[in-house]
Structures are given as structure tokens and as C-alpha cells.
Design a protein around this ligand. Structure first.
Ligand code: KG4
Ligand code: ZN
Length: 341
């Protein structure tokens, strides 16, 4: 019997400030193109209107490049996956209009992807590297600039959210903490870098006491603000002079909270495999400490490569791959949603 033709999916991501396109052939990455938007840095955060305009400029060249790098023509595609939400509505509209038009013109299925589920599916992306993959079920800690969730992953399309943030996302806690110190947006990667040479015990932050498996980062943020402002009252250069220790202490507090809840979820649900995903999964402190905790607890720990942690379209195409296989095609009039109910 001839083997079935490989499944070729184009993924398109435009939920926030990255315009991205990727081609997956049977779940293996052939291209993964990301155009980041620099226009937001000077505003200290993502400006929605500027993001929409930048997506409009980037979307055609980015998709073209993804196809060219993959060596795939658009006629060879079997499906077009796009981020339906959650995200900035104007930004999502650009990707969704493009994907809808392309699917209609090519007469191929449109696949509407939940961005947060796609972050989890980053674990299943293959790229020729020899990397172990989690089997089902596993727990995923999804931590990005917009979301913090503990997810019980039963299959690629069956996920249950066990806990979520009640206020800021973990990435926002990094970004806002960095902003308090005067670091540019997004501060997360800088905090990570500065924390490496700092003393995490130098400034003690409160441990949030939130019941169940939910998170809250507002207490840490307020305590951090107070440490910095008090220090600056005596010494205007306090944040710069103590940057390493401040970052290490902030990062320690955020990671302690994330890992305490992760440990509880693993125990409550009797799971042995845990993954992290989302932009904050790029944090070196979180990666190291999760691996150490996993070794103590006897868990298998899965951390996707950096390129699949921050926003990318390979994860969107991966979700599209599974939606395609499940026959879950979206109608051509599917609209984006800023947040799912
Ligand atoms: O997943 P992502 O690229 O976009 C969203 O869906 O939000 O995540 C972006 C977030 C930002 O808050 C950024 O500061 C944070 O991830 N981030 C980090 C690191 N790299 C990115 N936070 C801490 N340490 C890092 N190394
Ligand atoms: Zn994301």
C-alpha cells in the first residue's frame, strides 16, 4: 500500500507583537519565521494600534519567506492554521483575514487555533533534533506575557486548566518589575540575565498565599516596588547599583510561587511528567530549578527549545496539524476572539 502523503500545514501567528509564519510537514518544522516588532520598546509596552499596522506590513513577506525557506509552494499546502485568540483583537484580525483568504483561494481547510493551547503543543514539534517528547497525560506550566496556567494535558486537543493567574501573568511580573527598575520593555530576558550575577536572598519578597492552584503576582510586584522606592529615597542610583541582586530576588520570588503550585498540581493529579511552555519558559532560572525539582520528585521534565517557547508559528501549525487530523475544520467566516469565554 502506498504511504499516505505527508501532511503540510502553514501556521500564522499575529496575536501580540510578533508576526510569524511556519511550515510543518508531518509535524516536523521546515521553516519558522518570526518578525518581531521593535516599535513598542520606546512606549514601555505593546501599543495595540502600532501592532496591527506592523502585522499588516509584515504578514505577506513573512508568509512568503516561510514558504520559500520550506521549499513548499502554496499549492502544496493541505491546511492553513491561524491564531484565533486570545490576543489583541486588531492584531488577530490581520492574521485571521489573511488565513481565511488563503484557505478560501486554495480551497483547503482553515484551522482556528487557541494560542495558549498551541504554547503547550510546542512540546510535540519535531525539528530533526533528538529530544524526548512527553506522553499523555502530563502537566504543563504555561507562562507567557499574557497568561499563567497549570494545564492537565490529556491529548493534543484535550486540555483542562487547573489553575490560572488572578491578576498579572508571570511574564508581566517580570516586565513590570523590570520597569520599576527602569529596564526597557520587555524586561523579562534582561531580568534573567542580570539575575545570574545576583544574590536572590538580598531582598526578601512575600510568598503569595493563594488557595488552590491559582497564581497571583500583585503582592510580589507591590513589595518589589516598595523595596526599590525605599532604596531610591536614600540613593537615587539604588536600582542601577543593586540591579543584579534586585533581579535575582524578584526572579526567585516569581519562580518560588510558580514551582510551589506546580508541585501541588503534580501531587493532586498524581502526574509524573511536567513541561513548561510560553515566553517565560525561556527563563534560565525557571528551567534550572524545575529540572532540579523534577530530579528530587522523580518527575520527567520537558522544556522546549527557546524558539518554540516565545511566540512563534510552528506551535500554531502544530495545533493546526492536530485539528486537521481530528477533522476540526473552521468555517471560512470564523472571527478572531480577544479572549475565549
Ligand atoms: O509567549 P510570549 O513570547 O508572548 C505572549 O504570548 O505573551 O511571552 C512573552 C513574555 C514577556 O513577558 C517576556 O518578558 C517574557 O515572556 N520572557 C521572559 C524571558 N524571555 C521572555 N521572562 C523571563 N525570563 C526570560 N528569559
Ligand atoms: Zn504567547
Amino acid at each position: 500500500m502506498p504511504s499516505p502523503a505527508p501532511l503540510i500545514i502553514l501556521g500564522i501567528e499575529s496575536s501580540c507583537d510578533e508576526t510569524a509564519a511556519a511550515v510543518l510537514v508531518d509535524g516536523t518544522v521546515r521553516s519558522n519565521v518570526v518578525a518581531s516588532q521593535e516599535v513598542h520598546a520606546k512606549w514601555g509596552g505593546v501599543v495595540p494600534e502600532l501592532a496591527s499596522r506592523a502585522h499588516q506590513e509584515h504578514i505577506v513577506p513573512v508568509v512568503r519567506e516561510a514558504l520559500a525557506v520550506a521549499g513548499i509552494t502554496k499549492e502544496q499546502l493541505h491546511g492553513v492554521a491561524f491564531t484565533q485568540g486570545p490576543g489583541l483583537i486588531g492584531a488577530l484580525l490581520v492574521g485571521s483575514c489573511f488565513a481565511r483568504s488563503l484557505a478560501q483561494a486554495l480551497k483547503i481547510p482553515l484551522l482556528a487555533v487557541d494560542h495558549i493551547q498551541a504554547h503547550v503543543l510546542a512540546h510535540l514539534i519535531r525539528d530533526g533534533q533528538d529530544r524526548p517528547e512527553p506522553s499523555f497525560p502530563f502537566l504543563n506550566l504555561t507562562v507567557s506575557g499574557g497568561h499563567s496556567q497549570l494545564v492537565h494535558v490529556r491529548s493534543p486537543l484535550d486540555m483542562q486548566v487547573l489553575g490560572a493567574t488572578l491578576d498579572d501573568a508571570a511574564g508581566e511580573a517580570f516586565d513590570k518589575g523590570g520597569k520599576i527598575m527602569g529596564l526597557p520593555y520587555p524586561a523579562g530576558p534582561l531580568v534573567d540575565k542580570l539575575a545570574r550575577d545576583g544574590d536572590p536572598d538580598r531582598f526578601v519578597m512575600p510568598v503569595p498565599s493563594i488557595p488552590g492552584l491559582d497564581f497571583s503576582f500583585s503582592g510580589i510586584k507591590t513589595a518589589f516596588l516598595s523595596v526599590v522606592r525605599k532604596g531610591e529615597a536614600d540613593n537615587p542610583a539604588f536600582a542601577t547599583e543593586h540591579a543584579n541582586d534586585l533581579c535575582a530576588s524578584l526572579q526567585r520570588a516569581i519562580i518560588d510561587h510558580l514551582l510551589a503550585k506546580t508541585r501541588r498540581a503534580m501531587r493532586d493529579h498524581d502526574l509524573r511528567q511536567v513541561g513548561i511552555a510560553g515566553g517565560v519558559a525561556a527563563n534560565s532560572g525557571l528551567r534550572t530549578r524545575l529540572i532540579e525539582l523534577g530530579a528530587r520528585e522523580g518527575w520527567e521534565v520537558f522544556v522546549p527549545p527557546f524558539a518554540y517557547c516565545t511566540d512563534n508559528a510552528a506551535m500554531i501549525a502544530m495545533a493546526g496539524h492536530h485539528l486537521f487530523l481530528a477533522g476540526r475544520h473552521a468555517p471560512l467566516d470564523t472571527v478572531p476572539v480577544a479572549r475565549f469565554a
